[in-house]
Design a binder for this molecule. Structure first.
Ligand code: PMP
Length: 438
């Protein structure tokens, strides 16, 4: 006999007592909404909130659910794989879903990325990227090259190495200053996707990389969009500057495409805006269409071969769930689904809808900036948002948003229709209006 279902009230009580939520205290202070199911772009609530039974999802579950929820193609892929095997260890064994996925990623990623390390989450894929770079320099006889350079305003995850390259002031990790490894930080890149490169910032990047070259293993950045660090866009020209300076000074270049990958900025990978490729690239989030947790670190043959000729000629990393067949099968289906449609047109359509729909936010008192790139829309306030008030305002409009700091933003599923997109925009504007901190 199945256990009787918990009522929403029971669920909330247990949740509050036992369950930790992202970036939250224990016990939690905010009442989470209980989601019973999700389909297409809609989250169905277990009990109505502000009169709404369903919410249009403006967040793609943090960049991941690009095809929406409960998608028949992804469901079939998961079910089919479930009947074959949901998991098997990856040490000494291999299987079709992981091999196919790796081959697909190499096919769509920019040259010269040819080798794929699968892991469980974005943060772990960044740990692996850092380990690859440090180990590369050890292997080729330059162990002093073990620091990282990044620019301020970034976000790369919550485990140790990623935390060390998150924004040191504005980020969530300033608590660990003095405990984390000290990395080299450039100023935040000047704002604006098409602002044109600022010569003094270019000079600063070049100078910092040159000055620290002997101790730098890698430069790591989010290309084009800095996500959780502040939802900022920068000119892709800076990525070319990083590429040139890294080449000139023997430093590896790592791009964290965990948020920006799979079409979100209008190109399949954000690095394509710059027409260059990194030595190492991390992907995650939308990799499985938001179904299962999976990430990948891709690297060039130079990096792989360098590691493999070293004193310890292996990459010493091997998560239990490495290459999880269920996640890999869904990832293959999600990439096929993406490439099998005119995703670029979908993203363009959303971009146009966001520009139109968010324009009224410019007239809201306290709004500092409204910006859009690809399927990402951002309203920045001149004050921290009152999260509870802003979220409630969005829910009243029938939309799910999750603002943070001074930002109310949306990155909807690519399948979001015109009316739902307009609704999301109305909700963002309402959240901006009502989310003034008390
Ligand atoms: N890098 C970037 C750019 C991200 O946006 C995130 C997640 N917000 C991560 C890394 C970490 O990924 P995960 O949460 O899957 O560990």
């Amino acid at each position: 006999m199945p256990e009787p279902a918990l009522t929403p009230a029971e669920l909330r009580a247990l949740d509050r007592e036992h369950v930790w939520h992202p970036y939250g205290p224990m016990p939690g202070r905010q009442e989470p909404l209980v989601v019973a199911s999700a389909s297409g772009v809609r989250l169905r609530l277990a009990e109505p909130a502000h009169g709404q039974h369903e919410l249009v999802d403006g967040m793609s579950s943090w960049w991941s659910a690009i095809h929406g929820y409960n998608h028949p193609v992804l469901n079939d892929a998961a079910r089919g794989q479930l009947d074959r095997m949901s998991h098997v260890m990856f040490g000494g064994l291999t299987h079709e879903p992981a091999v196919r996925l790796a081959a697909m990623l190499v096919e769509i990623a920019p040259e010269p990325l040819r080798h794929v390390f699968l892991s469980d989450s974005g943060s772990v894929s960044v740990e692996v990227a850092v380990k690859m770079c440090l180990q590369y320099w050890r292997s080729v006889g330059r162990p002093a090259k073990r620091r990282l350079l990044t620019w301020r305003g970034g976000y790369h995850g919550d485990t140790w190495q990623p935390m060390a390259v998150c924004d040191p002031d504005g980020g969530m990790h300033q608590l660990w200053a003095g405990v984390l490894p000290r990395q080299v930080f450039a100023d935040v890149p000047p704002a604006g996707f098409d602002a044109g490169p600022d010569p003094s910032y270019v000079a600063l990047l070049r100078e910092l990389i040159a000055r620290h070259a002997d101790e730098l293993a890698a430069v790591i950045v989010e290309p084009v969009v800095q996500g959780a660090g502040g939802m900022r866009f920068h000119d892709p020209a800076y990525l070319r500057v990083l590429r040139e300076a890294c080449d000139a000074h023997d430093v590896l270049l790592v791009f964290d495409e965990i948020a920006s990958g799979f079409g979100r900025t209008g190109t399949l990978f954000a690095t394509e805006h710059a027409g260059i490729a990194p030595d190492v690239m991390c992907v995650g989030k939308a990799l499985t269409g938001g179904y299962l947790t999976l990430a990948a670190t891709l690297c060039s043959s130079r990096v792989a071969e360098g590691i493999s000729v070293g004193e310890v000629p292996v990459l010493a990393h091997g998560p239990t769930f490495m290459g999880n067949p269920l996640a890999a099968a869904v990832a293959c289906a999600s990439i096929d689904l993406l490439l099998g449609q005119d995703w670029a047109q979908q993203v363009k359509r959303i971009e146009a809808g966001l520009w139109d729909g968010l324009a009224p936010a410019r007239d809201v008192p306290g709004v500092r900036d409204v910006r859009v790139l690809g399927a990402i829309g951002v309203v920045q306030l001149d004050h921290d948002v009152d999260m509870a008030a802003a979220t409630a305002a969005a829910v009243r409009e029938g939309v799910w948003l999750r603002p943070f700091r001074d930002l109310i933003y949306t990155m909807p599923p690519y399948v979001t229709g015109g009316q739902d997109l307009a609704r999301i925009c109305t909700a963002v504007v309402a959240a901006a209006r009502e989310g003034r901190a008390p």
